[in-house]
Design a protein around this ligand. Structure first.
Ligand SMILES: Nc1ncnc2c1ncn2[C@@H]1O[C@H](COP(=O)(O)OP(=O)(O)O)[C@@H](O)[C@H]1O
Ligand SMILES: [Mg+2]
Length: 356
């Protein structure tokens, strides 16, 4: 799957551009502030309906204009379809194959986009929501039905929380427990199964990086280990009632990432953390390839901690997963696979031209 044509209008400093990327590697080169990351953000919008740098989508509209448009032609298994996003007066309109869509999950399914950006280490260093997002993005793409399970769980959780807040009788609250436990267990199972399989790919790649060779990731389910969710939920009733929300469950799940038995947060430098996250994303791409799904990977400046060999290895492995890769850099010497067929786009003050 690949974006074969991309049009962007009034998106950050990109006024009006039209490029035809290659299915494999695409290098985006230009000085700082020229618009390289903006181009990646525009592609991200096509796959996720929002940027990876801000949740404030209005900020993406070029100053002095009232809307932006991103339009892509996607090729998948020999078929072509269009995907487009427009933002105007605080409202996003997303179209997929000529049809207006209301849920961004449809977009995510049609055009899986992964990002390697300079803030990558947050997945290791910061709160569990980063790791849950990473995990759930992967499960979503390989386990059909996962999105539905998640939506069901979220809906029941919201209903139980509303009942907890309303101060009604106990029955009005525990009334939701059975359904919450049922969907929660499904969510839990799907994640555990996914992670077990993912770890095979993680080991495969991490062996190529001696300092990351012994990486272990364990799933933390979000409530006390060794106890059923049903029992734990029942035991927490009084405490949940006092706080006015469901404190534990799959919505609190996390991943514990360890290197040689030590928490990766404590053991790895920030640079090594970025490399580790890049490997995790690579593992996800390879796992998806085994299920006949390929990914668009946006690489916003490769971590400077990677030497030339490691950069080569990472990019080579990514392209071998069948991913379409967009990699930015200020200098073409940062692009490790210059002998492989690639597209080369020069960005300057929001204008793009194809290198000959
Ligand atoms: N809404 C906007 N309208 C116009 N220009 C913007 C907007 N948001 C950001 N910019 C400008 O776009 C330029 C390109 O930024 P960016 O894509 O991050 O550059 P690069 O990644 O090439 O260093 C910056 O100079 C930034 O100030
Ligand atoms: Mg940038």
């Amino acid at each position: 799957m690949a974006i074969r044509s991309l049009e962007v209008q009034h998106f950050r400093n990109l006024k009006d551009i039209h490029i035809k990327p290659l299915p494999g590697l695409n290098y985006i080169i230009g000085p700082n502030g020229s618009g390289k990351s903006s181009l990646l953000e525009a592609i991200h919008c096509l796959g996720r309906g929002k940027s990876f740098r801000t949740h404030k989508t209005n900020r993406l509209i070029c100053e002095g204009y009232s809307s932006f448009t991103v339009l892509g032609q996607v090729q998948q298994h020999g078929r072509q379809f269009m995907v487009g996003m427009q933002r105007e007066r605080g409202k996003s309109t997303i179209k997929l194959a000529g049809r207006l869509i209301a849920r961004s999950s449809e977009l995510t399914q049609a055009l899986p986009v992964a990002v390697l950006e300079p803030g990558l280490h947050r997945l290791i260093e910061e709160g569990p929501e980063h790791r849950r997002r990473f995990l759930d993005w992967g499960v979503f793409h390989v386990e059909h039905g996962f999105h539905q399970i998640w939506s069901n769980y979220r809906r029941v959780l919201a209903q139980r929380n509303a009942a907890l807040r309303s101060g009604g009788p106990r029955a009005s609250i525990v009334n939701w427990d059975q359904e919450l436990v049922q969907t929660g267990d499904q969510l839990d199972q799907a994640r555990q199964h996914y992670l077990k399989n993912l770890m095979e790919y993680v080991s495969l790649y991490s062996q190529k990086f001696p300092d990351l060779a012994e990486v272990h990731i364990t799933y933390q389910q979000g409530w006390r280990e060794g106890e059923s969710y049903a029992d734990y939920l029942a035991a927490q009733y009084t405490s949940d009632k006092e706080r006015g929300f469901t404190q534990f469950g799959p919505h609190r799940a996390d991943l514990r990432i360890r290197i040689q038995g030590v928490d990766a947060r404590e053991y790895l430098s920030r640079g090594q953390q970025k490399v580790l996250v890049a490997l995790l994303v690579l593992a996800q791409c390879e796992q998806m390839r085994m299920q006949d799904t390929s990914v668009v990977v946006l690489v916003d400046d490769l971590p400077s901690e990677l030497d030339t060999d490691k950069r080569r290895m990472l990019m080579q492995s990514l392209t071998e997963t069948g991913a379409q890769v967009f990699l930015t850099g200020t200098d073409s010497s940062l692009f490790p696979l210059d002998d492989t067929e690639h597209g080369m786009f020069h960005v300057e003050q929001g204008q793009i031209h194809v290198a000959g």
